[in-house]
Structure formats: C-alpha cells, structure tokens
Design a protein around this ligand. Structure first.
Ligand code: NAI
Ligand code: MG
Length: 360
C-alpha cells in the first residue's frame, strides 16, 4: 500500500449505527480499488448507550485518544428519550468541533440525478454549490448575561464576536475553495444594513480578501434576500460563505432545496490539519425510522467521499461520488423509501459499493 490513513469511526445513535457500516463499505471498496490503506477503529462513545453505562458522552481521555487520527467519521448523535439533546450534543459533537478547531463547516448543495427538488422545474446540474459556515465564533458566543431578573428592568444581552483571525481564516478557506472550482465565484452573506458593527467589519474583510484573490468573482447579499435567492435562483451560486448564525440557516436551507435530507453530507474541517477533521451526514439519528433498516445511507457515503478528498485521495473521492450518482440515476426500486423506492439501507449501500468497484 502506498498511502495509509487512520480513521476513527463513531456510529453514535439510531440510524447512525445503520448508515455508518454502509459508509465503511464504500470506503473499503474505494480503498481496494485505488490501493489505499485504511486503518479504521470503531468507538462506541458519543452515544446514548455509552451515556447509560458511564453517565458521560465521552471518556475522560477522548481528546488524546482521537487527536492523532487523520479523520473522524461520525454517524449521528442524539436519542432524546434517554439523554436530553443539549447534553448529548454539547457532550460530544460540539466538543469535537471546538477542541479540534474545525472552524470550517462545509456542505455541498447539489441536485443529484434521481432526486426530485422541491423547487419546480429544476434538474440535475441546475443546483451545484457549497455553503461554507464559520463554526467557532460569531453570533454563537456565550458572552452576555441577564440583570434585574424578574423585574420590569429585566435586561438580556448576548454579544457577537468577530475576530480578525476568525473572520479571515473562514474567508480564506472559502476563497480558496472557490478558486479551485470552475466558476470561481464567491457569495458573501451579510446584513450590514441592520447589524451595524460586526457585519460592516465582515464586509471589509471580504473586500480585503477579494483583493488578494482577483481571479475569484465576488458578490454579496443581505441574508434576508439571500434566502429568497436560494429558492428562486439557486443556479447563481458557487461558493457561499457566511457567519455562524447565517451559515447555520443557509446550510439547512441549501440541502433542503436539493431534495431529501437523507443524502446531504457535511464536513467540519480544520484546514491547517493540526487536528482531525470530522465528516458526518447532515441528518440526525432519526428515531422514527431507526431499527427498520430503511434509512438512506447516501448522506453517510457522500461524507465518506468528502473525507477521501480531504485525505488527499481525489480519485477515490470522485469514484465514490460517481457511484452514488450512478445508483441514484438507476433503478428506482433499489432506492430507499425516502427516495420512492423499496430498497433497504444495506441493499442501497451494497449497490453503491459495487459501483465504486466498477468505477475504478
Ligand atoms: P433527523 O435528521 O434525525 O430526522 C428528521 C426527519 O428526517 C425524520 O423524519 C427522519 O426519519 C428523516 N431522516 C433523517 N435522516 C434520514 C435518512 N438517512 N433516510 C431517510 N430519512 C431520514 O432530525 P431530528 O428528528 O430532529 O433529530 C433526531 C435526533 O438526532 C435528535 O436527538 C437530534 O438532536 C439529533 N441530531 C443529530 C445531528 C448530528 O449528529 N449532527 C444532526 C441533527 C439532529
Ligand atoms: Mg443546523
């Protein structure tokens, strides 16, 4: 084996435990086909079952245990009947994102063959862009407080934090991503007409970064009209960069415009590679369908493709994505029920893995 990567596999809860094996199956198929060594180690923490046994979501030494992996491959965390969602989320996934400084949250928005967009008259190829969300600061700070509680003067304040380091690094990531794409276009989400300190600063840094990237075409929209354009003119976008709050909203809206939540992937990236990056589907543990073997594994498998790309395996990554497209465009009956088929998680996963072998 010429190249080898170490990956921590964390299935988590609910359908996470059903779709992760299909992601692993696609990874193994790609590794075989392209002569890549993959050392995958599975962990049972970051799950409700672990919490029931230990009273915590993660073992005490989790940081040292995970920090030297090349990537983390996660299913979904959350089982509200057993652990409140804020406990499971803050006790695991948000720890990973923060401690491993995964400041770029990246979600592709692409309308795939075989998938019907909720937007009328759109077909494959019409929607193909990325949302890049700042993942560590911005509106989601815990700076603030309450005074005069319970009185007429009750006062609540929460501060938005934008640092030059934090803003510049997410913008640089997005500009570089745009630079590597055919259209080389970047859209900035702002609200500098209403939010009069932080958002004009964001715009200023976008302008400075644009001057360093003359080969990238830049535009910006206020977040309110930008959400309308996502629905009315999704073909306009190539790379969309946004602060934590705006990016949170856009990164759900975008994938929704491109069809079922079951196929949407995401990456939480530490671009400097000082720590492992984390790859996971957008969806959660889906308690309503868990245990039935009908969850769509494509979000997990597409996340595997993003992970291969990050690991410096672009050919294997492209082969996995092509396999997904081929299977989605093929026999409808083989797809899972959310896509109108009668297939299972395992049968769809097996079909993609077979197509990966064929694509090599
Ligand atoms: P969810 O994404 O788990 O489910 C929403 C709806 O989409 C459900 O009807 C579900 O059946 C359907 N769905 C989701 N993934 C699917 C798939 N692969 N194939 C077919 N249908 C699919 O969101 P929900 O119900 O709000 O949250 C359930 C749990 O998951 C909660 O504990 C929540 O905190 C957690 N969660 C975790 C996330 C993560 O680990 N990153 C992200 C979102 C939610
Ligand atoms: Mg969200």
């Amino acid at each position: 084996m010429s190249r080898s990567h170490r990956i921590a596999v964390i299935p988590g809860d609910g359908i996470g435990t059903e779709v992760v094996p299909e992601g692993v199956r696609a990874l193994r198929a790609a590794a075989d086909a392209f002569g890549i060594g993959l050392d995958m180690v599975e962990y049972d923490f970051a799950s409700a079952a672990y919490w029931q046994r230990h009273g915590t979501m993660l073992p005490e030494g989790w940081f040292d245990e995970l920090k030297d992996y090349d990537a983390l491959f996660l299913g979904a965390v959350g089982w509200p009947d057993v652990v409140p969602d804020h406990v499971s989320l803050w006790g695991s996934l948000l720890q990973f994102r923060r401690r491993f400084d995964q400041y770029a949250n990246v979600r592709p928005v692409r309308l795939m063959p075989g998938v019907t967009s909720p937007l009328a008259g759109r077909g494959p190829g019409d929607i193909d862009f990325y949302v890049v969300r700042e993942n560590t600061e911005g509106e989601y700070s815990s700076i603030g407080g309450r005074i005069f509680e319970g009185t007429e003067r009750e006062t609540v304040v929460q501060e938005t934090v934008m640092t030059r380091t934090g803003v510049d690094r997410i913008l640089r990531y997005a500009f570089e991503l745009a630079r590597g794409r055919e259209r080389r276009k970047l859209t900035s989400a702002t609200k500098s007409n209403g939010i009069s300190q932080t958002m004009p600063y964001w715009d200023e840094r976008v302008a400075a970064m644009a001057a360093d990237h003359p080969d990238v075409a830049v535009d910006q929209y206020h977040i309110d009209i930008l959400t309308a354009h996502f629905v009315l003119h999704p073909e306009r976008f190539d790379v969309v960069v946004a602060s934590n709050l705006f990016g949170d909203i856009l990164s759900d809206l975008g994938p929704a415009c491109a069809g079922t939540i079951g196929i949407a992937p995401s990456a939480n990236i530490n671009p400097e590679r000082r720590y492992p990056s984390l790859f996971e589907p957008v969806h959660g543990s889906a308690p309503d369908i868990a245990g039935k073997g009908i969850a769509n594994p494509v979000g997990q498998i597409w996340s595997a493709s993003m992970m291969l790309d990050h690991l410096g395996e672009p050919e294997a990554a492209a082969a996995v994505l092509r396999a997904v497209e081929e299977v989605l465009a093929g026999d409808r009956a083989a797809l899972t029920p959310d896509l109108g088929g009668s297939g299972t998680t395992a049968s769809l996963g097996a079909a993609v893995a077979a197509a990966v072998k064929g694509a090599a």
